[in-house]
Design a protein around this ligand. Structure first.
Ligand code: FES
Ligand code: FES
Length: 161
């Protein structure tokens, strides 16, 4: 068996040092080692998007990278985006538009939607669907999710004019 190795990174702005097995993926590291259970694990194959986090500002599937590969990186989870208030309006829109059912896909949907809204000021429904197409909702609440993202995009555009 391969020996554990040290890893150090920033998670939601806080320095984290740990000793991990080289085979431990980032999703399991966040959930099991750091108790950041907002990062969900669905497929463990990079298909469903439930495990989406940001690494150095880019969204990634945390089930597809190893914790040791995040060495020296800045990782942001749904807890970080939520606590900072960065996605407060998006979260409110999900509540108001009934875009939450079981909530399992929601953290990944929120992080992915925020990624779109950061890079595109007024995405249309097609662009929203396209950007969220790698995130599966087992409750099939897609219409309401697109509604919530569209409403947030409109509100942000109005606030910036
Ligand atoms: S658990 Fe990572 S993409 Fe599904
Ligand atoms: S709300 Fe249940 S999986 Fe999307």
């Amino acid at each position: 068996m391969t020996a554990p190795v040290p890893v150090s990174l920033l998670v939601n702005g806080d320095p984290v040092e740990a000793i991990v097995l080289p085979r431990l993926n980032l999703a399991d590291f966040l959930r099991d080692n750091l108790k950041l259970t907002g990062t969900h694990v669905g497929c463990e194959h990079g298909v469903c998007g439930a495990c989406t986090v940001r690494v150095n500002g880019e969204i990634v599937r945390s089930c597809l990278i190893l914790a040791v590969q995040a060495q020296g990186s800045s990782v942001e989870t749904i807890e970080g985006l939520s606590d900072s208030g960065e996605i407060a309006d998006l979260q409110a829109a999900f509540r108001e538009r009934n875009a939450l059912q079981c909530g399992y896909c929601t953290p990944g949907m929120l992080i992915t939607a925020q990624d779109l809204l950061k890079h595109t000021s007024a995405p249309d429904r097609g662009a929203i669907r396209d950007h969220l197409s790698g995130n599966y909702c087992r409750c099939t609440g897609y219409q309401a999710i697109v509604d919530a993202v569209e409403a947030t995009a409109r509100a942000r555009a109005e606030r910036s004019t």
